[in-house]
Design a protein around this ligand. Sequence first.
Ligand SMILES: Cc1cc2nc3c(=O)[nH]c(=O)nc-3n(C[C@H](O)[C@H](O)[C@H](O)COP(=O)(O)OP(=O)(O)OC[C@H]3O[C@@H](n4cnc5c(N)ncnc54)[C@H](O)[C@@H]3O)c2cc1C
Length: 158
Amino acid sequence: MVGVADVVAGRLLADDEPAFDPRPLLPGGVEVVRCAEYRYGARRATAWRRGRVLLAGDAAHTMPPFAGQGLGAGVRDAWALGALLARGDVDRYEPLRSPHARAMTRLSLFLGAVLETGSVPGAAARDVLLRKAFRAPVLGPWLTRGGPRSTASGVLDL
Ligand SMILES: Cc1cc2nc3c(=O)[nH]c(=O)nc-3n(C[C@H](O)[C@H](O)[C@H](O)COP(=O)(O)OP(=O)(O)OC[C@H]3O[C@@H](n4cnc5c(N)ncnc54)[C@H](O)[C@@H]3O)c2cc1C
């Protein structure tokens, strides 16, 4: 039951921008049981704390999905917040977590720009470069481990 509803594909195709039409790629007889439109953006709350109210996860920061770090960032927030609350040191929460959330947001935006390039030659060059990068001796294993995602998360150093 996985697929993209005709109604959604139709709406995408009705947009002014040239849209990707997934229907030819779907196996015949697919029954779509649910579909939802997903919009994303990069936003950040101006303050993560006001008095006894603390923000974590998407309430504090949203990011595009390209790095797969949205949920991970929220889990890291919760982990850090739990530890800091237990120590009575909650003022450290935003300074501790905010730089990492910003870095992941920047990474997501960068990956989105790379993945969603509208240029056919650009996409071809990207694919060649990425294949080479993943096969390179030091760079390849680092990228496979998560590349820039493996930088300090503001959690492990608690
Ligand atoms: C299509 C898609 C793909 C994604 N892929 C990834 C991925 O691969 N990797 C990754 O790490 N992240 C991914 N994310 C992001 C991830 O899902 C979110 O970052 C994460 O779910 C945020 O969790 P959260 O608890 O902060 O917020 P939410 O999951 O939004 O939870 C907030 C909850 O609060 C409830 N709520 C809202 N208002 C009220 C109210 N007034 N009273 C009571 N309850 C309320 C909502 O109903 C909701 O249940 C993806 C997101 C989408 C949409």
